[in-house]
Design a protein around this ligand. Structure first.
Ligand code: ARG
Ligand code: ZN
Length: 503
């Protein structure tokens, strides 16, 4: 499910690809061509694939042993629509090669080039045609957690979890691994009895027999690959009382259940609070997953945010503020996903915004940020902003995504939130709140870009905010802060640390 904005980018990419391969057969190539190996994301050129649009994933994972380090095997059935006449197409995949690949039930040839599965169906797929590709018997090996790179198909003492953001979901399963192509999911885990498999979405069926437990989850609203959670191990799933129509459950290691479940007690109140601020929760269920590793990370996996032990070791008000951050992502980042990875500030700025509002609501801004008030915090961010822009690139154009924290850098989080603060100063609080709600509802279930945000902000304000927001989002220098002419940037500001850098 790709939005029109991204289709435009795709067309540019295809035009280039066709240009490069131009030959006497060019006319034919233009009508029937291989799908591009990537969607042309500025920061991850090979992520995602051209030529088709995924509608639905049916993913099945088998965990042979109660051993978090043991490799898993899987099958995935992908329903897609061809967006060009396709002679062949790719899936992103970095695990162990599959046993077979079928297209519409017929065996297809495939090969592996780097992190791409290159699939050639028996007959070319016509543009606009729906097709299914079934990949059987692929494998993936759980990875040892690395705090410098807290992503991947992660082994923990109790089982495995998925930290797919931004580009690691395809280390577990073959997919179109880019948030521009969202799809619905059915996820089935097949685990030894005594283990529990859980995933994004709501449970449908569980069958126990022959020493195995097979559980199926359905994620009915579109989801980006990077946001899939699938965890299996010695976990317990604990239901809480619903919040309206939202089912709430937490997932924690069995041996830590008694001491850790109460840490998520503020969850239900936070859901109600967010709904009041920005509108209805966009999915059917929410909750928290605890993994007992020391990555210093939390991640907004869809309907089931994940926290590690390091994050939960912080003082309660800090943990709660991080929880508000991950919950806010369900609207900003998940329901409305980024069109490209340069747009990730759209995720992190809003999540930081509600994190700070929650901290303020519970009287914990000083404890959480080291500044006495939200305004004082933003003044400090402002002081740092020029040097962060120099180091990491402008808010909406990060310089690099080579390392995880090049992309998830402090300027995307705090600099992004500062841009929202400037916008709120400019519009006034009521209009700003109207924009926040309008963004979540207009792009619900879709992928949206910085241009989309600028356009909606302008429509909401009733005037052209392009010059104002372009300066804030793409400028190498920080614009003056509306309402605070005394705020200055500093050459050598006292460095701000972020627990936020790891979230
Ligand atoms: N988006 C996450 C957050 O701010 C942090 C990203 C870190 N990525 C990861 N795979 N751990 O909540
Ligand atoms: Zn975040």
């Amino acid at each position: 499910m790709r939005d029109t904005h991204f289709r435009r980018l795709l067309l540019v990419g295809l035009t280039l690809a066709v240009g490069v391969t131009a030959s006497p057969a060019a006319a034919n190539a233009a009508s029937c061509a291989p799908g591009a190996p990537g969607l042309g994301d500025r920061l991850f050129p090979l992520l995602g694939n051209g030529g088709y649009d995924v509608q639905d994933y049916e993913l099945r994972l088998t965990y042979p042993e109660k051993d978090p380090a043991h490799s898993v095997s899987g099958d995935v059935r992908i329903a897609a629509v061809a967006t060009q006449k396709l002679s062949r197409f790719n899936l992103d995949f970095a695990g162990g090669n599959p046993a077979s690949i079928d297209v519409d039930g017929k065996p297809a040839n495939f090969s592996r080039v780097g992190e791409e599965l290159v699939i050639t169906p028996r007959v070319a797929l016509n543009k606009g045609r729906g097709f299914t590709v079934t990949v059987k018997g692929f494998t993936a090996v759980p990875e040892t957690p690395d705090p410098a790179a807290p992503d991947g198909f992660t082994a923990t003492p109790d089982g495995t979890a998925l930290l797919g953001q931004p580009a690691a979901a395809h280390r577990l399963f073959p997919s179109n691994d880019h948030p521009a192509d969202k799809a619905t999911y059915t996820i089935t885990t097949d685990v030894p009895e005594g283990w529990t498999g859980t995933a994004s979405g709501v449970p449908t069926v569980t069958r126990t027999g022959g020493g195995r437990v097979v559980s199926t989850y359905r994620q009915a609203q579109p989801m980006a690959t990077e946001l899939l959670q699938v965890a299996a191990g010695d976990f317990v799933v604990r239901e809480r009382q619903q919040v309206g129509r939202v089912r709430v459950r937490d997932v924690v290691p069995r041996r830590l259940a008694a001491q850790t479940l109460p840490m998520f007690d503020s969850e239900r109140e936070q859901i109600a609070w967010m709904e009041q601020q920005v509108g209805p929760y966009p999915f059917d269920t929410y909750g928290s997953l605890l993994i007992d590793v020391q990555l210093g990370t939390a991640l907004e996996t869809q309907t089931l945010s994940v926290y590690d032990s390091t994050v939960l070791a912080a003082p309660t008000p800090v943990v709660e503020s991080v929880m508000a951050h991950e919950l806010a992502h369900q609207w900003y980042g998940n329901s409305v996903a980024p069109a490209t990875w340069s747009d990730v500030w759209l995720n992190e700025s809003h999540a930081t915004w509600y994190e700070l509002l929650w901290a303020e609501k519970i009287g914990a801004v000083a404890e959480h940020t080291g500044s006495p008030s939200r305004e004082a915090f933003f003044q400090r961010v402002y002081a740092n902003s020029d040097s962060w822009r120099a180091q990491f690139g402008p808010v909406a154009r990060p310089k690099s995504a080579e390392q995880l924290f090049d992309l998830f850098n402090i300027n995307v989080y705090y600099g992004g939130a500062l841009a929202l603060y400037a916008l709120e100063q400019q519009l006034g609080e009521p209009k700003f709140q109207q924009l926040e709600r309008a963004w979540a509802s207009a792009y619900r279930g879709k992928s949206a870009s910085t241009d989309d945000f600028i356009a909606l902000a302008s429509r909401t304000a009733g005037r052209d905010l392009k010059p104002f927001l372009t300066a804030w989002l793409y400028g190498t220098e920080t614009p003056p802060m509306p309402g605070h002419p005394d705020w200055v940037t500093m050459q050598n500001p006292a460095p701000m640390t972020g627990q936020h850098l790891s979230r």
